[in-house]
Structure formats: C-alpha cells, structure tokens
Design a binder for this molecule. Structure first.
Ligand SMILES: N[C@@H](CCC(=O)N[C@@H](CS)C(=O)NCC(=O)O)C(=O)O
Length: 264
C-alpha cells in the first residue's frame, strides 16, 4: 500500500473540505474510492486521467506512487484504495465503512486486503491483454469521463499507452493464463465471504466497496462474464455497482478459458 499523510489535522465536524479524487476511467479501485465517497455523502471533485499519462500527472502533483485512486484533501495527499477508506472513515465516521466489533472488523479487513492484493491485479492483467490488439472497446469505458479529448480519438490513439501499461503490469500471455486458472478460486472466496456475512450484508462495508468494482470490471469482459454473473459474487457486484461502464467482446482463445468451464 502507498500512502502519505502529512500532519493530518483532526477532522472538524461539519467543516466543508476541498476534496479532489484522481482516477482513471474504468479503474476498479478508482470506482471503489468513488463509491465510498458517495456512501459517506462526502462532496468531491474528480479528475479523470488516462493510463500512463497518469504516472506523470501524479508525480507532478507530488503523490508518492504512480497509481490511482489518489485524493487531495485540503492539500493533503492520500493514495491507495485502502488508505482512502481509512481516511474517509477518519474524516466522517458515519455511516461506517468498518464494523465496530473487533472480530468482524478483522474479517472485513482481510476480505478488503484480498480485494486489493489478490483480486485487482489478475483482472487488470486480463483486461490489458484483451485490449492489446484492439483498443476500440476502450471507448465504452470512457462513458461519463472528462479526459480533455474526444473519446473516439482517445480510443484510437490508445494502442501504445495500453502496450506500455500492459508491460508495466506484466500482462503476458503466461500470466493471463495463470490469472484465468486461479479465477474460480478467487470467486469462491468471495462467495464464501458472502455466505459468512462478511460481504453483502445489509450495511455495506469497505470490503464490499473494494471487491465489487473488480468483479464488475471482470463482468464487463465478455470472456469472463458467464463465469461470474450467476453466482453470489456476481449478484453482489451488481448490487454494489449497478452501472459500470464498458464492454469488451470475447477475444481470448477458447483453451485459455477452459479452467472457467471446468469449474462451472
Ligand atoms: N492496489 C492499489 C493500486 C491501484 C492501481 O494499480 N491502479 C491502477 C489503475 S486500476 C493504476 O493507477 N495504474 C496506472 C496506469 O494504469 O497507468 C489500490 O487499490 O489503490
């Protein structure tokens, strides 16, 4: 996790804050941050960045890392979806993102860690691999985004950026095949947490907001959607994020998808 909190002052009740979220359209942890801000009822402004371009922008803004989501709050910088969850909880404790009971909180934090450290990256690698040869689906992920240039032009010129991002994220064929083979196990863990009541309770929590956007992004990939949509994990994703932009038509070789069919 990456975070910088420089002398965070204690939260002042009802004091309006100047909050800006930096994200990338379609970024799953970016959606986690958006959903948590909205759940808390915290007003914020949003800057949409394009992948790779984001590296330089975040550096120029003096964030310590190169990833979104990142937020500036009254001049302070907080980066990383889990750090943002804790900062939002600190500045506005209600409604809560974490249960008060220590055991239940530990379970939610473990599911949240899993979402950040184990679920996000395989989905990211599969997506980048699917866009490697054809970036035209990218335009559909820009719905509602303000990127400073026409969406069609961005999709058309994205090839070299996606290639660079794919290399930076090690979205190789071998890694993507591994990702697909572990996906059934990842989905099972989510289903199990739902059955145990750690996820998908009446009151949503930080782990729901962490995990659901990754599942929702995965469901935008038509190669993966059938393996997700009809199970508790898929239902949770649709409940927490009813509208997630983007759709990538099937493109992966059939034998790569075997592990999904075998698990089904
Ligand atoms: N796991 C971290 C990292 C997030 C992450 O890797 N974000 C991606 C977007 S989904 C990013 O900013 N990548 C840089 C790029 O694509 O150029 C978190 O949840 O905050």
């Amino acid at each position: 996790m990456t975070a910088v909190k420089t002398g965070a002052p204690p939260a002042r009740a009802n004091a309006p804050m100047d909050i800006r979220l930096f994200t990338i359209p379609g970024s799953h942890p970016g959606w986690s941050a958006r959903l948590m801000l909205e759940y808390k009822g915290i007003a914020y402004k949003r800057t949409d960045l394009l992948p790779v371009v984001s590296w330089g922008v975040l550096k120029a803004l003096r964030f310590p890392g190169a990833t979104v989501p990142a937020i500036k709050l009254d001049g302070r910088r907080v980066q990383g979806s889990r750090e943002i969850a804790r900062e939002l909880e600190r500045i506005k404790p209600q409604p809560p993102l974490f249960p008060a009971d220590p055991d239940r909180r530990a379970a939610v934090e473990e599911a949240e860690r899993f979402g950040d450290m184990e679920l996000q990256q395989p989905i990211r690698q599969i997506l980048l691999r699917m866009w490697r040869k054809n970036t035209s689906p990218l335009g559909s992920y820009l719905e509602g985004a303000r990127i400073g240039l026409p969406h069609g032009l961005a999709a058309k010129t994205a090839g070299p950026f996606i290639a660079l991002d794919g290399r930076a994220n090690e979205a190789s064929d071998a890694n993507v095949r591994d990702d697909i083979s572990i996906l059934p196990g990842l989905l099972q863990r989510v289903d199990d947490w739902i059955a145990e009541g750690v996820l998908g309770g009446e009151q949503l929590n930080a782990a729901d907001f962490q995990i659901a956007p990754s599942l929702r992004l995965a469901m935008s990939l038509e190669d993966l959607r059938p393996a997700i949509e009809n199970r508790p994990a898929g239902e949770l994703a649709l409940r927490v994020v009813p509208d997630y932009p983007g759709r990538t038509p099937p493109v992966l070789p059939a034998d790569w998808l075997e592990p999904l069919h075998a698990a089904a």
